[in-house]
Design a protein around this ligand. Structure first.
Ligand code: PHE
Length: 359
């Protein structure tokens, strides 16, 4: 207040209030100089602009001024408020920028990003898809059935009554006395014949389970079953179809070998070997013994045969009218050969360095 202004009580109040208002922005500015964090700035906003803050207190004082002094004081209050808001907003903005800059300190935007891991199909899946693709083109339909199967479909209808010795070779996990994890995909022969009328031409890829675990056997593995039933077909058709599949899979120079064998549900039965795709049937690769075919030059990949008339009888097909053949191939075996994999266990270790090599 200047000393030559006559000091009435009212003008003194007005002067004092204007002084307070004029000083607010400056005080806020110097306080902001000490405020390093966003929280400090927020605290100052409350102190100056809050409901009970310094500006609010000045406004309360203004209410007590005589009416003629209010417009000037009101104008000063608005100016102070705008100045405070601008100061606080600017301070907030600089603190935010500083925080963001600190967060990115040491970040080099020119470093190339890490590519996301790309998934790929499992080699077993790839082989199943390829075999199904080849056989679908020949007119076979792809069918599926449950992995938890009943004894009748898995054994009995396939000429393996209870206590049949062939069951011993396919021990598995029993859920109940008559429900089990299927030991092969052959129950799909039974299911397909029950569900369809001849001619039947189906393939069934899927998981199977056996109580088996060593270097060349895992308790779970994959098979692809094939079944053809018609009024006229023979083992030479079976051979032709299998030769076609193997040549598509492994190349035109692949040779097939049928060895007599036994399965309770086919008669006659055979096991099929193909010439080893790794050593080209020679038994050795660059002078070292071939470990995939164990130097024999041959690899067993499937079992097959003519459908046994006893199986037709079980599913209600007249054995005098119908003939058929079936095969069941081991998918892991084929994948090992196709991709030159020496160890069966690698399929199920889920090592991405291994699995990422197949597309
Ligand atoms: N199911 C037989 C097995 O798992 C393979 C097979 C299928 C044999 C079809 C003949 C006919 O060993």
């Amino acid at each position: 207040m200047s000393p030559d202004t006559p000091a009435t009580a009212d003008t003194a109040d007005k002067r004092a209030l204007l002084d307070v208002l004029e000083r607010l922005a400056g005080e806020c500015e110097s306080a902001l100089g000490q405020a390093s964090s966003l929280e400090d700035v927020e605290a100052l906003r409350v102190e100056f602009l809050g409901r009970k803050g310094r500006l609010a207190q000045a406004m309360n004082a203004m209410a007590k001024l005589p009416p003629q002094d209010k417009p000037e004081a009101g104008k000063a209050a608005n100016t102070a408020k705008a100045a405070l808001a601008a100061l606080l907003d600017a301070a907030l903005e600089t603190r935010k920028r500083a925080a963001a800059a600190a967060a990115f300190a040491g970040f080099d935007p020119t470093v190339p990003g890490r590519p996301p891991l790309q998934g790929s199909l499992h080699p077993v899946t790839l082989v199943m898809e390829e075999v199904c693709d080849i056989l679908s083109r020949l007119g076979f339909s792809v069918v599926a059935g449950p992995e938890v199967e009943n004894d009748w479909n898995n054994f009995e209808a396939l000429n393996m009554p209870p206590d049949h010795p062939a069951r011993d070779m396919q021990d598995t996990l029993y859920v109940t006395e008559s429900i089990l994890l299927r030991t092969h995909t052959s129950p799909l022969q039974v299911r397909s014949m029950l569900a369809r009328k001849p001619p039947v031409a189906v393939i069934a890829p899927g998981k199977v389970y056996r109580r088996d675990s060593d270097l060349t056997h895992t308790p779970m593995f994959h098979q692809i079953e094939g079944l053809l039933v018609d009024t006229k077909t023979s083992m030479s058709d079976l051979r032709g179809v299998l030769a076609h599949v193997c040549r598509k899979l492994f190349g035109d120079d692949t040779r097939l070998r049928f060895r007599p064998s036994f399965f309770p549900f086919t008669e006659p039965s055979a096991e099929v070997d193909i010439s080893c795709a790794i050593c080209k049937g020679t038994g050795a690769c660059n002078g070292t013994p071939c470990r995939v075919c164990k130097t024999t030059g041959w690899l067993e990949i499937l079992g097959c045969g003519m459908v046994d008339p006893g199986v037709f009888a079980q599913v209600g097909y007249d054995p005098e009218t119908y003939v058929g053949w079936a095969f069941g191939m081991g998918v892991e075996r084929i994948a090992m050969l196709k991709y030159g994999i020496g160890d069966l266990r690698m399929f199920f270790e889920n090592d991405l360095r291994f699995l990422g090599q197949f597309y």
